[in-house]
Ligand binder design. Structure first.
Ligand SMILES: [Zn+2]
Length: 414
């Protein structure tokens, strides 16, 4: 039985509270005590550290295993792509991200290898593939449909395309059967797809309701990829838990999100990293670059408005590229997203809550007891050398991370 007490100059609880001279006592994979050191029970092992936060959540990740988003890469042997993802999952955990909501990619496969200890990585709550209508964001428009069918069956956990109430209902069930713990679908056009403008709605209200109803019967939350206001309104009214991206959200939609207790996952990281750098043009197809530039112009203004309006916000990066090949767009750099939240108007403490406490809420009823330094919660935490509240960029400075503990187990031996 592992039993350890960690005393810290500062505990950042995750819900906005901070405790000076605090302690966390871990028993096996659970937090047994978190609070003032003077009341903390003793344990077999004792450590003194500068600062502790809960383990972070990346609520919008993709383990695709692509070095570039082109067809040559997308048609590579899926085994090669999955192997590449082992680098990404390890870097994710080393960055202090102990949980990932993987909203399309090989997450279901990787989760098993991580759980059995074959590869290193965070806890994964995966969607399988993003559900999309024909000609929607999950389709590949320039390929003959039979070629895309072949690709979808061989390269995805589940085929992503369904149309009409009967098909979408069946596809949600197929995802659940494959092990999905979150359902993701496209409610508007996208950026990294060829012919669908981001402002347009995808799926009728009836189809969206069918997706939501089937997921709700299994107590699964639904994440909607969505840029435009029309698709967003329909998705929120149908009961979606999270709006992913949300670039063209307006004040009325912010109020509707608050009323429906929905959460925004703004994925600023991907717009800055993929479309805001000199490498962007050569690394992205022409349609993606063109649409990405438009998003980049509006996105941070929208985020400031949503923060001011009081919309619930969770951290998600939307990293779609594998490996260390891109200068500021790679797994391991996840917590840079929280710096963008502070730039848009959050306090450092609010940004840390968006990256910790909000994570499990994006999974709705299936959300685990995680993301807070509280008794009974999962023993997922990050130990920092310097207080990240003084300088939020210290969250994303690898030399500042002393250790990461996942399910009570330290990444590096104490
Ligand atoms: Zn995404």
């Amino acid at each position: 039985m592992s039993n350890i007490r960690i005393d810290a100059d500062l505990l950042i609880v995750g819900d906005g509270e901070i405790i000076k001279n605090g302690s966390v006592v871990i028993e096996n994979s659970t937090i047994k005590y978190a609070g003032e050191s003077e009341h903390a029970p003793s344990a077999g092992q004792n450590l003194q550290v500068p600062a502790i936060t809960p383990g972070f959540w990346d609520c919008h990740a993709h383990y695709f295993g692509l070095t570039k988003f082109d067809y040559e890469e997308r048609f590579l042997d899926p085994l090669v792509k999955i192997m590449r993802c082992a680098w990404d999952t390890e870097q994710t955990l080393r960055a202090g991200v102990t949980s990932v909501r993987e909203v399309g990619g090989f997450g279901i496969n990787l989760k098993n290898s991580i759980t059995e200890g074959t590869i290193i990585g965070p806890r994964i709550y995966a969607a399988g593939s993003m559900i999309s209508m024909t000609a929607g964001h999950g389709d590949a428009h320039s390929l003959p449909s039979e070629v895309f069918d072949y690709f979808a069956q061989r390269h995805r956990v589940t085929n992503p395309i369904a149309d009409g109430v009967a098909e979408v209902t069946k596809l949600v069930r197929t995802h659940i059967r494959a092990g999905a713990e979150i359902i993701k679908f496209a409610a508007s056009g996208g950026v990294m797809s060829e012919i669908d403008p981001p402002l347009t709605q995808q799926y009728s209200a009836e189809e969206q309701r069918a997706i939501m109803d089937e997921a709700a019967r299994a107590d699964l939350a639904v994440a909607a990829h969505c840029y435009g206001p029309r698709g967003m309104k329909v998705a929120l009214e149908a009961g979606v838990k999270t709006i992913e991206h949300g670039t063209y959200i307006d004040e009325d939609l912010c109020d509707l999100m608050i009323e429906k207790d929905a959460i925004l996952v703004p994925t600023v990281y991907t717009y800055k990293g993929l479309f805001g750098t000199p490498e962007a043009k050569e690394n992205t197809p022409e349609y993606g670059y063109r649409k990405g530039q438009l998003i980049l112009k509006t996105h941070t203004k929208m985020l400031s408005m949503a923060i001011n309006r009081g919309v619930k916000i969770a951290m998600g990066t939307d990293i779609i590229i594998t490996g260390p090949y891109h200068p500021i767009y790679q797994y391991g750099d996840n917590l840079r997203e929280l710096q963008y939240f502070v730039d848009a108007g959050m306090s450092p403490l609010q940004a840390i809550s968006a990256g910790t406490m909000m994570g499990p809420q994006t999974l709705g009823k299936r959300g685990p007891q995680s993301g807070l330094l509280r008794e009974g919660f999962d023993a997922d935490l990050v130990i920092f050398n310097e207080n990240p509240l003084d300088d939020i960029s210290k969250l994303n400075d690898r030399s500042n991370i002393q250790n990461v503990i996942k399910q009570g187990k330290p990444l590096e031996p104490f």
